[in-house]
Design a protein around this ligand. Structure first.
Ligand code: DAH
Length: 327
């Protein structure tokens, strides 16, 4: 028996396998229930008390030796792995696994909820758009300076195809397709050929609103937008309408909200110009409507105290993770 033990000892000491298969074979041969060392222990049980004394210690040492050898292998493979991946497994994990909603998404969702609660549905439309939908049907006259109010990215000239400069294009698409009454909001991305800076960007997001029915008045417009302002900015919020100009509304107004000690412009609005209704095959003698358009970035900047538009599209985690848990 001693001879056998010595032989196994020598084998174990001489073992130099490194692959996973070799190490597993080592485990089966020397450690597992079916191992040759286990066999020896079985035989050991049947020995006389005297023999047990003789072999007991050596046999236990052999078992220890096999176990130590196995754990030295798994330690050195871990070290090897760490070297290969240059990853330090002992460092604490970075808490980077939980994402957050983008602030523009949070504000967009809030706007959608506010209007959905009063019966508006949500619509969508193309970002690459024909001149007709982005300008002409919206009552922008050919070569009129109003077109220059919105620096346009052209995809092609003649026929003119543009990156839409506002979400108002979807007003036309919907009114051409459906008959009133309609009550929709249209969130989406828009593009303008502007130099990127803290205050302007070549793309941003708007929410358009459109309500067309019989006898829609300016009063309906004001009620709706006043309700929106209170829901979005708080019950105490006051609103103020200032006369303005948009080709597609008549009359047109910009709405300000009370903010800190003053007023801040928040959206453009007006009653849908009869020409626009006509362009879409809707009789302006029978129907009237109101429309409005607001910038999502602007509202997010106000609500979260953000002062640089570029932050919204840089995907800087230090910025984004501040919105963790905000819905
Ligand atoms: N389209 C306008 C813009 O981008 C915003 C706007 C103003 C939309 C008045 C409207 C409206 O529907 O009635 O500046």
């Amino acid at each position: 028996m001693l001879e056998k033990i010595e032989k196994i000892k020598a084998d174990i000491n001489g073992f130099s396998g490194i692959s996973d298969e070799e190490i597993e074979a080592f485990r089966v041969k020397y450690i597992s229930k079916k191992s040759i060392i286990n066999d020896l222990f079985e035989k050991f049980k049947k020995l006389s008390v005297q023999d047990k004394k003789k072999y007991g210690q050596t046999l236990n040492q052999l078992k220890r030796l096999a176990k130590d050898k196995l754990s030295s292998f798994s330690n050195s493979t871990k070290k090897q792995d760490a070297k290969n991946n240059s990853t330090d497994y002992t460092l604490p994990a970075e808490d980077d696994t939980v994402g957050s909603l983008h602030p523009l998404r949070i504000i967009r969702n809030k706007i959608i909820k506010i209007f959905r609660d009063i019966g508006f549905s949500i619509e969508d439309g193309p970002e690459i758009e024909e001149d007709w939908y982005n300008f002409t049907a919206l009552n922008f006259p050919e070569n009129h300076p109003a077109r220059e109010m919105q620096d346009t990215f052209f995809i092609s000239k003649n026929p003119d195809v543009v990156l839409r400069t506002h979400t108002s294009n979807v007003q036309i698409r919907l009114m051409e397709k459906e008959k009133p009454p309609m009550r929709v909001i249209i969130p989406g991305r828009v593009y303008r050929n502007e130099t990127v800076s803290a205050k302007s960007h070549c793309f941003f997001h708007q929410v358009e609103g459109l309500y067309v029915d019989k006898n829609v008045s300016f009063r309906d417009l004001k009620d709706t937008l006043y309700y929106f302002a209170k829901e979005m900015f708080g019950e105490e919020t006051k609103v103020r309408f200032r006369p303005s100009y948009f080709p597609f509304t008549e009359p047109s107004a910009e709405m300000d909200i009370s903010w800190k000690d003053g007023w801040l412009e928040i959206l453009g609005s007006g009653l849908v110009d009869p020409n626009v209704l006509k362009n879409c095959g809707i009789d302006p003698k029978e129907y009237s409507g109101f429309a409005f358009g607001m910038g999502i970035e602007r509202i997010a900047m106000l609500k979260y105290g953000i002062d640089d538009l570029r932050l919204f599209s840089e995907n800087d985690k230090r910025f984004l993770k501040q919105f963790r848990g905000v819905r």
